[in-house]
Design a protein around this ligand. Sequence first.
Ligand SMILES: C[S@@+](CC[C@H](N)C(=O)[O-])C[C@H]1O[C@@H](n2cnc3c(N)ncnc32)[C@H](O)[C@@H]1O
Length: 275
Amino acid sequence: MPEFSLRPQTFERITALMHASIGLSFAPSKMSLVSSRLGPRIQRLGLGSFEAYAELIEGHGPEGDGGEFQMAVDLLTTNETYFFREPAHYDLLERELTAQRPQRLAVWSAASSFGDEAYSTAMLLADMAQQGRIGKDWQVLGTDISDRVLTSAAQGIYPEERLRNVSPERLKRYCLRGEDEAQGLVQIQPRLREQVRFGQLNLCAPIDALGPFDVVFLRNVLIYFDPPTKRAVVDRVLTQLRPGGLFFIGTAEGRVPCETPLTVLAPGAFRKTAS
Ligand SMILES: C[S@@+](CC[C@H](N)C(=O)[O-])C[C@H]1O[C@@H](n2cnc3c(N)ncnc32)[C@H](O)[C@@H]1O
């Protein structure tokens, strides 16, 4: 255990920085969580106090150089994700696309973490394109605030366990199994990786024109934001979705608070109302 403690004013200093730069919100009751997540890191760095750590991360912005600010974000958030999480959303997407038969399709995984959501979507779209149910001109963009997860997403290497919801046929078609020291790992096939791009994007900063997208996933990230930030993030993200496009949030994230008109399709699934 660290021999130093987190004082309320330092907790406020660190959480105010996280809120101002990337929208993370921590109630006062989260002081011990912040302390236990950052304490071991501070000890490892040999800094000796939360104050010194606050000073260090204040020197690195969110779009920074992979510095300590990024590390703090990773420690304070969870990057948990897995392939075909909330399978009902992929089923709905497949039904909608089967009905629409789009010739071109652009999808955005807006808090992609390690890329599981982006590659799951790519597997579905590649199958549908192969079967002639959508056109061959499709692509997926994954973005996240964390450098670390994006580097890993671009490599597309995963422990097999994370692909537990992927059918054996898709595993065979889209994944390479590791051997020897890579036993237990799989890598996404290069031809699928080519269809998926990754880039850094802070959902709490203005978004340059990225879209329009036909489908946007914004799942399991709103939980980190307070209600005004949630609303601003959702409306900002929805500017990049074309009218009539599909929008997904995590099913546990409740009602989506926003100004943009949406039609509810299923838990966590919406259509942007055509204006
Ligand atoms: C739990 S993961 C969600 C992954 C995936 N969407 C899913 O549902 O499985 C949440 C991700 O949100 C990212 N995140 C947190 N704040 C962010 C922000 N302000 N801008 C962009 N990404 C953010 C974190 O780095 C983390 O990778």
